[in-house]
Design a protein around this ligand. Structure first.
Ligand SMILES: O=C(O)CCC(=O)C(=O)O
Ligand SMILES: [Fe+2]
Length: 307
């Protein structure tokens, strides 16, 4: 293992070349265990699509408050400024967001149906496409992780298809005058899910806590993804792959908005999170829990509606 943050090319995994695939799996697993995150290229998420997505996200958040709040109060749609707070942190984060899950195809049921705003035009098409692209990338990464955990390559497939994966469009407005001095844009936390894919944000501030206890600013290059792990992965591996702590700090320069779009890969609610055999010795297995129970408990911890 080296100390540099691993930068991987997903094409090494999807190429079909056995040695390149094995190298990818090894570097991914080392990177997640050693630092908690890696950066990724070759993932097929188009930069034009990301440009459109950021344009539409900014246009949505610029709508009047009353318009945005028409879609508030559930796990899909809008969550107003000042609602979510990090677990065990009693002041809210300085952010508003919109959440999108799997869009049900004809004849398909999903656990939480999406809601869509009437404006801006193109919102639904663009974010359905972005969701699908990020989901496909995430599934490839989960195949690599499955191999790294001595599981069948498709182990995660049936568990995440139709699950509660979530694309979150985030807007951190300029820090308002009179904001609680203890509040930051996103207080230190671990994500709830299996893995998180972060496309380059529009604005700096994201920091990941390296396993050596150092906060590392993430200046994600346009077109690269940051991949990090959440609590459900920690639970599945008895902590062999721990969840990565991260935060978004307030701007040190001009007090301007920041936009980001994390994608959280999550299994279906009835999937049991139980330490996989290859980690039972090295890890600290906890009692099995369903993904749904775990998610609901954590949503309550952070002030969001549970189902
Ligand atoms: O805004 C970011 O870059 C990260 C956001 C985040 O960590 C989250 O919403 O869980
Ligand atoms: Fe997060």
């Amino acid at each position: 293992m080296t100390d540099a943050i691993a930068h991987l090319d997903l094409k090494d995994f999807t190429s079909g070349d056995t040695a390149r695939r094995a190298g990818f799996v090894r570097q991914l697993m080392d990177g997640l265990k050693r630092h908690g995150f890696i950066t990724l290229e070759g993932h097929g998420v188009d930069t034009d699509l990301l440009d459109d997505s950021y344009r539409l996200s900014a246009a949505f958040f610029a709508l009047p408050d009353a318009e945005k709040r028409r879609h508030a109060g559930a796990l899909r749609g809008y969550t107003p400024f000042g609602v979510e707070h990090a677990k065990d942190h009693d002041v809210p984060d300085l952010k508003e967001f919109w959440q999108i899950g799997h869009e049900a195809r004809p004849g398909e049921a999903v656990e939480h149906p999406n809601v869509w705003p009437q404006t801006p035009a193109g919102f639904r098409d663009t974010f359905e496409t972005l969701f699908d692209c990020l989901f496909d990338t995430g599934r490839e990464l989960l195949k690599a992780i499955a191999i790294g955990l001595d599981l069948p390559e498709d182990w995660f497939e049936a568990r995440v298809k139709g699950g509660t994966s979530l694309l979150r469009l985030l807007h951190y407005p300029p820090i308002p005058a009179g904001a609680d001095p203890r509040s930051i844009r996103a207080a230190a936390h671990e994500d709830i899910n299996l893995i998180t894919l972060l496309v380059a944000a529009e604005g700096s501030g994201l920091e990941l806590l390296d396993r050596d206890g150092q906060w590392k600013p993430v200046e994600n290059e346009r077109g690269h993804l940051v991949v990090d792990t959440g609590d459900m992965m920690a639970r599945l591996t008895g902590g062999v792959i721990p969840a990565t702590t991260h935060r978004v700090v307030n701007p040190s320069g001009p007090n301007v908005s920041r936009y980001s779009m994390p994608f959280f890969l999550q299994p279906k609610s009835d999937v049991v999170l139980e330490c996989v055999p290859s980690c039972r010795e090295a890890g600290r297995p906890e009692a099995p829990v369903t993904a749904g129970e775990f998610l609901n408990e954590r949503l309550r911890d952070i002030g969001l509606p549970a189902s």
